[in-house]
Write a protein that binds this ligand. Sequence first.
Ligand code: SAH
Length: 344
Amino acid sequence: MPPEAGATRDCPGLLARLIERIRRDGPLTIDQYMHACLHDPRGGYYATRPRLGAQGDFITAPHVSQMFGELLGLWAADLWARLGAPGRVRMIELGPGDGTLMGDVLRAGRSAPGFAEALEIALVETSDPLRARQAEALAGHAPRWLSRVEDIEADLPVILLANEFLDCLPIRQQTAAGERRVGVDGEGRLAFIPPGPVVREWSPALEAVGTAIGSLVATAGGGALFVDYAEPGPGDSLQALAGHEKQHPLANPGAADLTAHVGFPAFLAAAGRAGAQPWPLLTQGDFLRRLGIEARAAALAAANPGRAPTIARQARRLTSADGMGQLFKAACVTSPGLAPPGFS
Ligand code: SAH
């Protein structure tokens, strides 16, 4: 296949192919549109041009500060101890991006004797360019890649982490006049139909991941931690970001990251029905404070006095209500009877 940049008449850009598909097969549901924008092999954002970090399209908590991944690493090591310190455990990350988070997790985890040696690393990732970044970042840890959550084996206890993964799972939207779809208007442009406001969002893909993870932790033993953004309540949360700027979600399919607020109640309920124990949702700010971010920031600043103001600013951004502390939530599901640090 020729790449999107060298598009020919045989391989037009994603926008042109979407318009052609809609004219042929009818309007797309929002989840079909999102899936194409993110994962189309020739034009999808993650499949072809993911750009993470300060120079890219969006920033995530592990890029704000190493403290985020280090605290998750201590959380993981504590969970392992609460599992009885098994000699082998599968450490899984969903959507590891450029590998920064897992790198910080593994470095901090070295402080727990025996933990690093027990780990087998498995990464669930669909994007080839990001798999390459992860291989570089985690060279020496011999990670293994899987394409789907359903492919994770249940033959070892699991510790699973996912930051800003669930927000990529395609959603569907309801308006008062019916399900919202993406069609083509009289001028040949993509348009939402019917045009009214969104009254409800739901995500079969999110619930399927909840079911798969719930069944995995219930069968294998262990726990799964999800950090993502979510504001409760109805409304349209479909959002496109490129170069740190919000864009219209239909403006540039495949060139922007396309996400939605995570429906945590439905996600946790699905995991619970599959046999796992869901824990009450925390804000990211409360979760990181319970894990000791203040002490961690003080220790880092003491070791590095010149960076003290930067470290304090980063900790504030991760925890404060006007930063990521309130909008982002931490969710956990475990095998029944296992009490996860921070939540219990
Ligand atoms: N966790 C990282 C990256 C977040 S971006 C961070 O916090 O910086 C979302 C990640 O999820 C990317 O790695 C993307 O390729 C991956 N992803 C998105 N949808 C996916 C899917 N359906 N299956 C597997 N990985 C997916």
